[in-house]
Design a binder for this molecule. Sequence first.
Ligand code: AP5
Length: 214
Amino acid sequence: MILILLGPPGAGKGTQARLIMEREGLVQLSTGDMLREAVQAGTELGRKAKAAMDAGQLVSDDIVISIIAERIRQEDCQKGFILDGFPRTVAQAEALDRMLEKAGRKLDHVIEMRVDEEELVKRITGRFTCPKCGEGYHDEFKLPKVPGSCDNCGPVEFVRRSDDKEETVRARLKAYNGQTAPLLPYYKDKGVLRTVDGMLPINEVAKEIEAVLA
Ligand code: AP5
């Protein structure tokens, strides 16, 4: 199964991708995570991406398209994968269509996660993550069972993303509305778009997604 989770920053794409990954045994492909790894490793690609990411803008299409083109050819993607944060522009969506066609594969579902803008800001500015396993938490909505301790890994120094400051979040939302929202009619026209209510609690959203995939 090939699935795209589409939604603004903070909609819960990463949270739901991890749940689907566990349930369906699919690989999660997050371009955001891949770019952050490149930035941290100080690679050429990371240096090119950093300025755009810090400003809350999109990284250039050619960079993310080549990352995904290479990634989906790998063995662990042959059973299927979940795209989290890609595509984000019509040019990226068209490139994905060409990649899949060339590989004789097809996109099964695009799930839009719809969430109000002020809720998104609240979610992102309260988010923190385990640096070891990547599990995401939130100051209000999803606290670890023991303070200062990841539910999976035990005691850790949680990390917060540098682009999760309110002013950068507003820029990211602007980029979503201007460049990514046009993908909704793009996929609607192809008959693969389904929308879930991303305002519901995490497990309720998961149930809605499960129903779409069933
Ligand atoms: P990326 O890492 O993809 O960030 P994003 O799209 O802005 O999405 P987030 O990771 O912030 O949010 P999410 O929807 O995954 O929400 P989460 O599950 O964490 O991209 C970062 C940057 O990289 C971009 O700005 C861009 O520069 C660059 N980039 C990446 N891909 C690119 C591409 N294809 N093209 C060009 N540039 C690209 O949830 C958020 C919080 O809310 C968490 O704390 C969570 O616990 C909580 N939460 C989740 N669901 C719920 C719920 N239902 N109720 C209450 N709380 C919830």
